[in-house]
Design a protein around this ligand. Structure first.
Ligand SMILES: *[C@@H]1O[C@H](CO)[C@@H](O)[C@H](O)[C@H]1NC(C)=O
Ligand SMILES: *[C@@H]1O[C@H](CO)[C@@H](O)[C@H](O)[C@H]1NC(C)=O
Ligand SMILES: *[C@@H]1O[C@H](CO)[C@@H](O)[C@H](O)[C@H]1NC(C)=O
Ligand SMILES: *[C@@H]1O[C@H](CO)[C@@H](O)[C@H](O)[C@H]1NC(C)=O
Ligand SMILES: *[C@@H]1O[C@H](CO)[C@@H](O)[C@H](O)[C@H]1NC(C)=O
Length: 463
């Protein structure tokens, strides 16, 4: 029995996939002269619109409940919208139930073993999907249903189903989603209508896995069903629940997010070894910060802005952003300290210059060609010696004086730098110590952070 059903379903799936309609019926030897469908329809009372068959649940004794067998296979996982928390699947449904009024002996009707009847002529169970987001929220049965000699009515349909699902994105992109699709009758209660599946879960899962066409970034893990074949309570509705479990393929997100972020963090770490050519190191770090913020923007488009259960990847991004931000601040501080040194030095230089300018320039005149000049210059290196003849031209003398002053100023500066170097070093030294200390703590923090993130993700993966 099970095997017969199984092959029947497989045949139907094959038919659907090759886009042919109708189930092949093998004509047997006619035992009756009437081989028309009309005679069968006449026998079934379907030749005209028959209200009895259309409106009333097809049972002879009302206490008999109609069992609707509903098997769902997943053809494709088309889309998962993390922001809207909806999933779009391409599903294949096989629905069958029994109509006690429609039965015939194939031998009497030229061996007709199946007849397709307009859907509008028969009673159909009004099965809907609870999680369906479209306004119709029901199963779209095709125009025809197949009727079999034993009274079984079967219909198959393909449908694009968008339904809500509480997506758990904590472990994104290593997440696994469990989505429920609940079938239930809108009008009938469990007393009159029961729902069940012909196949067990393993069969449904393996079949789905075999026929699934589009998976996208997801892989189907398994399908589990929960159905009721015994009415639990008279007033309660019978529900058939499919629990579809699928897992994300994380490779793209690892390449797109996790590795670049990790790489940027390492770059930031190594930027400590860039020489203290100010500005360059800072701009490098700020570039890294900007790159991370671009990735954060992309992430914002992917994930919903829920406050609870912040995905670990968001913590990862924000953690790296904060770390790089702190390192930029630290390098600003170091730059400031070095600048402070220069600034103090500059102030001191100015003061000393002013002091120097107070000293009058000692000038001694001498006759040109005098042999004493060299000796005098050697004795008094600070003094300026001018030839006596030049006195006649005042302008020239002034120019020379200015030049000499300028020379003295520059030579004085050189002396000063050597004297103030020790003072300068205090801030620079502090900056260096701070930089080294910070690098040490930064390195430790980064290592701990990365290990922590790795542990969190691995713990989930192993579960
Ligand atoms: C409608 O169908 C029922 C059940 O098959 C049958 O008893 C009845 O005669 C049919 N009515 C008409 C008008 O064909
Ligand atoms: C209808 O079904 C109930 C319970 O199965 C049974 O007790 C009752 O006799 C049946 N009625 C008829 C007319 O067959
Ligand atoms: C009725 O016939 C169909 C088609 O041959 C078969 O799949 C189904 O299992 C049968 N149902 C019963 C209750 O025998
Ligand atoms: C499911 O059905 C198949 C055959 O259709 C059978 O081999 C398998 O053992 C069943 N599994 C369970 C869990 O019942
Ligand atoms: C069914 O009814 C019983 C009492 O009759 C109740 O305890 C139980 O909760 C009901 N089941 C459901 C699913 O509501």
């Amino acid at each position: 029995m099970e095997a017969v059903r199984m092959t029947g379903l497989l045949l139907s799936v094959a038919c659907l996939m090759s886009h042919t309609t109708g189930v092949p019926s093998t004509p047997s030897t006619p035992s009756s002269s009437d081989c028309t469908y009309m005679s069968l329809l006449n026998h079934l009372g379907l030749i005209n619109t028959n209200v009895t068959l259309q409106a009333i649940r097809p049972v002879k004794n009302w206490t008999t409940s109609t069992i609707v067998w509903l098997d769902m296979l997943i053809f494709g996982i088309l889309e998962v919208d993390e922001k809207l928390q909806t999933v779009t699947n391409h599903i294949w449904l096989s629905i069958s139930w029994e109509n006690e009024f429609l039965a015939w002996n194939p031998a009497d009707f030229c061996g007709i073993s199946m007849i397709s009847v307009l859907r509008s002529n028969l009673w159909l169970p009004d099965i809907g999907i609870q999680e369906d987001t479209t306004d119709t929220s029901s199963v779209h049965v095709g125009q025809f249903v197949n009727v079999y000699p034993n009274g079984t009515i079967r219909t198959e349909l393909r449908q694009k189903l968008t339904y809500t699902c509480q997506l758990n994105l904590l472990m994104f992109p290593f997440d696994r989603q469990n989505c429920k699709i609940t079938f239930l009758s809108h009008s009938a209660n469990s007393n009159t209508l029961l729902l069940g599946t012909l196949f067990n879960d393993t069969k449904l899962s393996t079949l789905s896995d075999r026929i699934v066409i589009t998976r996208g970034e997801w892989s189907l893990i398994d399908i589990q069903t929960k159905y009721c074949l015994i009415s639990p309570n008279h007033t309660d509705k019978c529900k058939l629940t499919y629990e579809v479990c699928f897992e994300r393929k994380p490779l793209l997100y690892v390449i797109n997010f996790i590795i670049p972020l990790f790489y940027l963090l390492i770059l930031d770490l190594t930027s400590f070894f860039i020489s203290e050519a100010r500005g360059e190191k800072m701009s490098f770090k700020i570039t890294i910060l900007l790159s991370i913020s671009v990735l954060l923007l992309i992430l914002k488009d992917l994930l919903p802005s829920t406050e609870d259960n912040l995905p670990h990847i968001a913590s990862y991004c924000i953690g790296i952003f904060a770390l790089v931000g702190i390192s930029v601040l630290e390098s600003m501080l170091v730059t400031f300290l070095v600048d402070l040194d220069n600034y103090c030095g500059a102030i001191k230089n100015q003061k000393e210059e002013e002091e120097e300018e107070d000293h009058p320039l000692e000038v001694e005149y001498f006759k040109s060609g005098s042999m004493e000049l060299d000796e005098k210059v050697q004795e008094n290196p600070g003094k300026v010696f001018l030839p006596l003849e030049a006195l006649s031209d005042h302008d020239v003398l002034k120019k020379i004086l200015e030049e000499v002053r300028g020379f003295r100023r520059t030579s004085g500066k050189k002396k000063k730098t050597t004297t103030t170097k020790k003072k300068k070093k205090t801030y620079k030294h502090l900056a260096e110590v701070l930089d080294h200390l910070f690098f040490f703590f930064y390195f430790v923090t980064v290592t701990v952070f990365l290990i922590y993130m790795y542990m969190i993700w691995m713990r989930n993966l192993l579960d």
